[in-house]
Design a protein around this ligand. Structure first.
Ligand code: ADP
Ligand code: MG
Length: 693
């Protein structure tokens, strides 16, 4: 049996290793940098690099890499060996402080959304000491940020770190008003990861899965998820062996893999780690996704991280659990036990309510992708409308605060912030709603819109920034107040009243909610093409510039990259569909028709009734013709898309015309699948993909 404490963090250059291998004063300086986020003292880099190298070599490493997170959403790495020639015939293993701190790489092959045009092609990576280095497959991985020569962020990590700083600054201003002065306020994240596992032998026969990560064709199997027998069901042996290996790999990388279970759809599962500091949780989520895929291959399986690999059954998301905490103050999203803590909690809660309402657009944008468009609004995921769930009890409290009336569950006359105690509401009562996009779950917020394949960096950059902005406004007002307590009460009351429309505890999947949300004036941004062009709006440019998270150029570049990637994904999907329809499906229909026609002819010659064959044949003919026409329609749409230069218009064209042509083509092909003999059908069916393992 695996000795978990023994293997945990075995491949990580963590605090324990640092303490053991570094001279005391160097360790202290490094620790200070890690804890406070202060700039690294360059003079210690050489010693740290050397110790890191020796440790890495003892773990079997021959190379190092500056590991970074470009705007592609996946991680990037370029491996350099430690070798340095000595006298021409031998080498020694070296790693300098300079090599640890800074790397240079050609940025021109990474998406930059126009940033590169204004600057030069060179990009730099810089060590982020707040996330531990680790050894994987013979290489020392050094987490880094990635920026251009003039310091523009070309990655997802830099803005995230900046947003953590913004919320640290603003939250500390608020805590100071409550007489607390913690060294640092950190945002923490626990990302629950959903995924599908299928047999590699079926995967290899599906071009759509290989090229796009999702099935572009596929008739519904006789059984879907209607029996609800997969969620939390007993785990198949092959899957549990996979999960065991996966856990072990993650534990050696110091990742706190905690929960695993079957999810709602057949072949769908979930893994959740114990939460951590946002940037580390982000790195870990990238490693989790990568390891999930790698370990699957070792087991002859394939892990699908796409948001909607199969039509008709649930897609996969990533629940982003978010909170704030500070040394000596605990979890700032916990209601606390004293009136003063309650008041502080209500202020932080108000900040989140205000942030979510004022920046519905940004939260929607943060989860926009071609893959996630299939999911949002589907029956398993929150709709594209952003709203917030707080639970009935807390909602009643907020209502009482607004009206100044008596809170029914409460003995006192009326609820006075900072004087009375909030009634203790249990965690259970706050988390019954699974349909809400943004749910308060007792001491944290669970953002349920993110897609399963997404990096959580951008999402948390946005959550941190919008909440920091609320806190900043609050601090501006309260710092100047003559009477803190009365100003605080007024502020909370005013804020909750103003933004109460964002709170919705009902069923987010219902049609009534769509109508109600419209009445409340909430945004309903259906597709990525609808929301992405709003990313670099005037409001958002101002917001991110104010908190030094994105410059205007950086924000515009993110919008461009996201739109561009959306278009490219749909283009690849359309081309893959066309190829499969033309070269696999249509020929299969023709061949099968030939077989049926031959039988019909033979039967006729023998004087036997051939009504069935003739009926099937005419159906095949009609559907075959329809398929042929739909191929033409999609072909034409793709050709037309090439004439559109404007990115926003192009994205809209893809989201409407191309997407619709794809749907129509699929519908015909899926119908054909139900009548063409299995022997002739050119690819594994949903039954095989979802149930046969
Ligand atoms: P669920 O009921 O949604 O399945 P859990 O209550 O088990 O989930 O928690 C889900 C995730 O939330 C876990 O990753 C957990 O570590 C994380 N989490 C718990 N507390 C916090 C917190 N204060 N900040 C961020 N994430 C948290
Ligand atoms: Mg959850």
């Amino acid at each position: 049996m695996t000795n978990v404490p023994e293997i945990f963090g075995r491949s990580v250059y963590n605090e324990h290793v640092m303490r053991e291998t570094l001279p005391k004063d160097i360790f202290k300086k490094l620790k200070k940098t890690i804890d406070s986020g202060a700039a690294l003292d360059n003079s210690i880099a050489t010693v740290v690099a050397n110790s890191m190298k020796d440790w890495a070599i003892s773990k079997g490493a021959t190379h190092y890499t500056h590991w970074f997170q470009p705007m592609t959403g996946v991680t990037a790495e370029k491996h350099e060996s430690f070798i340095t020639p000595t006298d021409g015939s031998t080498v020694i293993m070296e790693f300098s402080g300079k090599e640890l701190i800074k790397g240079e790489s050609d940025a021109s092959s990474f998406p930059s959304g126009g940033l590169r045009a204004t600057f030069e092609a060179r990009g730099y990576t810089a060590w982020d000491p707040s996330s531990y280095a680790f050894v994987k497959d013979g290489t020392l991985y050094i987490p880094t940020v990635f920026c251009s020569y003039s310091g523009e962020a070309l990655d997802k990590k830099t803005p995230l770190l900046r947003s953590m700083e913004a919320i640290d600054v603003q939250a500390k201003r608020i805590l100071h008003l409550f007489g607390k002065n913690p060294p640092r306020v950190v945002s923490s994240v626990g990302a629950e990861q959903e995924y599908f596992i299928i047999d590699k032998k079926y995967y290899d026969k599906r071009d759509d899965l290989m090229f796009t990560g999702r099935t572009l064709f596929g008739a519904k199997p006789p059984k879907g998820q209607e029996l609800d027998d997969h969620y939390y069901g007993s785990i198949k042996t092959k899957i549990s062996e996979y999960m065991k290996d996966l856990d072990e790999e993650l534990w050696t990388l110091g990742i706190l893999s905690k929960t695993k279970h079957n999810e709602g759809a057949p072949a769908q599962h979930e893994l959740a780690p114990i939460f951590g500091t946002t940037n580390v949780a982000t790195d870990h989520n990238q490693l989790i996704m990568e390891t999930m895929k790698k370990v699957a291959e070792k087991h002859g399986l394939v892990c699908l991280l796409h948001e909607k690999p199969f039509a008709g059954v649930n897609g996969s998301g990533k629940h982003n659990n978010w909170s704030l905490s500070a040394e000596g103050c605990g979890n700032l999203m916990d209601p606390g036990a004293s009136p003063s803590e309650n008041a502080q909690f209500l202020l932080f809660l108000s900040a989140v309510i205000k942030a979510v309402d004022e920046h519905q657009d940004l939260l929607r944008i943060s989860v926009a992708s071609a893959g996630n468009d299939h999911r949002l609004g589907g029956n398993e995921a929150p709709p594209a409308i952003v709203s917030m769930f707080v639970g009935d009890e807390l909602e009643e409290i907020l209502e009482a605060i607004i009206s100044g009336e008596e809170y029914s569950q409460h003995k006192k006359e009326k609820l006075e912030i900072g004087v009375d105690m909030l009634p203790r509401f249990s965690k259970d009562t706050t988390d019954r709603n699974r349909t809400s996009p943004f749910a308060f779950t007792g001491n944290k917020f669970e953002f349920r819109m993110p897609g399963s394949s997404q990096s959580i960096a951008g999402i948390n950059t946005i959550i941190n920034t919008i909440v920091a902005d609320s806190l900043c406004e609050f601090a501006d007002e309260l710092e100047n107040a003559e009477d803190f307590n009365s100003a605080l009460s007024k502020l909370i009351k005013r804020t909750v009243k103003k933004h109460f429309r964002i709170i919705f505890n009902g069923n987010n999947y219902s049609d009534e909610w769509v109508a109600e949300a419209e009445k409340r004036g909430l945004l309903n941004l259906h597709s990525s093409a609808d929301c992405l062009p709003m990313f670099a709006s005037e409001k958002n440019v101002k917001l991110f510039a104010k908190h030094k998270v994105y410059t205007e150029a950086e924000l515009i570049s993110r919008q461009e990259v996201k739109l561009d990637s959306y278009i490219k994904v749909l283009n690849i999907e359309a081309l893959t569909m066309l190829e499969m329809a033309k070269r696999d499906i249509l020929p299969a229909v023709i061949l099968y028709s030939k077989e049926v026609a031959k039988t019909a002819k033979l039967k006729k010659e023998l004087g036997v009734d051939s009504e069935v064959e003739m009926d099937i044949l005419s159906k095949l003919s009609a559907l075959g013709k329809s398929l042929y026409e739909k191929i033409d329609v999609l072909d034409a749409a793709i050709i037309k898309s090439k004439e559109i230069d404007d990115t926003t218009k192009k994205a809209t064209f893809f989201s409407k015309d191309v997407f619709e042509a794809m749907q129509l083509l699929r519908a015909v092909a899926d119908e054909l699948e139900t009548i063409v003999s299995e022997k002739y059908w050119p690819m594994p069916t949903y039954s095989e993909l979802l149930f046969k393992l």
